[in-house]
Design a protein around this ligand. Structure first.
Ligand SMILES: *Cc1c(COP(=O)(O)O)cnc(C)c1O
Length: 374
């Protein structure tokens, strides 16, 4: 640090220069985050100093958090669900499985996750000392129920289902997982980090949330399709008792106990999620999801003209395209300014059609892809 501080103007210039190096969302097809809704940004700025780690000082923000959890619970099949606003899907997944582990008395616990599970579960394995067993997927990249059942043993404490897989946007058969979990007295966590703000707004109805008996917890991220600011994730439990195993005494705060993984915690993210959910309402999200799905369909139709097919018919606004000479094509697209990503197995081009993508940009992408395939 300099001894003497710089004038504000100079600092702002430095910031602008740094920002120029960042990628604008305009041609990003690889991200699950998007430009936050303007009202979320306003709310975020307004509550920038609010700390939910010591919410006794911020009872107003705490009320907003309770409203957000209630709205999310309502959207996800149980308006009485409890939980809190996390930093994102990773923290939500950690905390859900930490609760499950603390409630079980197993010394060498294992959890069955689909092979499609997000890499956050690898972190959890390392952090919590849980063995994660990866169940295989069927031909549509949904978890194979026979594989899940075969992996369960006396040390299994939980099953995880994914609703909106990171790579394919696929939804596991949560109802079947719930039956299996109930029959074996296991905790069931649903990772809907991405899908939580998509699936309720699709024309086709899927059972994936608390409306299914046996689902104990759900991850759903306002900072992905929830259009809110980073960092906001949501962790919901059906039963308040699931929060108890996460409780820590906080002797020198204005509150008695904390359930969050982080200590100091953004009240701005809470206000942002509240503002955008209140402003959009279910109808607003339905409109946004409808537009993303329409563009996803257009993308598939467009690439079919080049004899390119998706690995599965898209369930939501995530497409995996089977592209010959994938890395080369991606490199050429990169030169034209497009960021794409990949799926692990089988390798395919992974594209996410987020709200920031404009219709003209999509048409440009389709035509650029056609060029790059030549
Ligand atoms: C994005 C994602 C996560 C991780 O969320 P972060 O907010 O990046 O921590 C977890 N699970 C799924 C299914 C995801 O798509």
């Amino acid at each position: 640090m300099n001894q003497k501080g710089l004038p504000e103007k100079e600092v702002l210039t430095l910031l602008s220069e740094a920002m120029k190096k960042d990628t604008s969302y305009d041609k990003v097809l690889s991200a699950m985050c998007t430009r936050p809704h303007p009202i979320a940004v306003k709310a975020h700025m307004q509550f920038i100093g609010s700390n939910m780690g010591d919410f006794g000082l911020f009872p107003g923000t705490k009320e907003l958090e309770q409203s957000v959890i209630k709205m999310m619970g309502d959207m996800l099949g149980d308006a009485n669900a409890c939980g809190y606003i996390t930093t994102g899907g990773t923290e939500s997944n950690i905390q859900a499985l930490r609760a499950a582990r603390n409630m079980s008395k197993k010394r060498h616990p294992n959890v069955i996750v689909p092979a499609s599970a997000h890499f956050s579960f690898d972190k959890i394995s390392n952090l919590l000392g849980i063995e994660f067993r990866k169940a295989s997927l069927d031909h549509e990249f949904k978890v194979d129920m026979d594989s899940v059942e075969a992996l369960i043993d006396d040390n299994t404490i939980a099953l995880v289902g994914v609703a909106g897989s990171t790579e394919f946007g696929q939804i596991d058969p949560i109802d079947k997982l719930a039956k299996l979990a109930l029959a074996n007295n296991l905790f069931l966590h649903v990772d809907a980090a991405f899908g939580g703000f998509v699936i309720p707004f699709l024309d086709k109805k899927y059972d994936f949330d608390f409306s299914i008996k046996g689902v104990n917890s759900i991850t759903a991220d306002p900072h992905k399709m929830g259009m809110s600011t980073i960092p906001s994730g949501g962790l919901l439990f059906r039963e308040e008792s699931c929060l108890l195993p996460l409780e820590i005494d906080t002797p020198y705060l204005t509150i008695r106990a904390q359930h969050s993984l982080t200590g100091t915690r953004s009240g701005a993210a809470v206000a942002a999620a509240y503002a955008v959910m209140m402003h959009l309402g279910m109808e607003g999200y339905r409109r946004i999801v409808k537009r993303c799905i329409k563009m996803t369909d257009r993308l598939v139709e467009g690439v079919q003209e080049f004899r390119i097919e998706p690995l599965i018919e898209p369930v939501m606004n995530i497409v995996a395209l089977d592209i010959p000479d994938l890395e080369n094509v991606r490199k050429k697209l990169r030169k034209k300014g497009w960021t794409t990503s990949i799926t692990r197995a089988p390798r395919a081009m992974r594209l996410i059609i987020m709200p920031h993508l404009r219709e003209e940009a999509l048409e440009q992408f389709i035509s650029d892809l056609g060029e790059c395939l030549k």
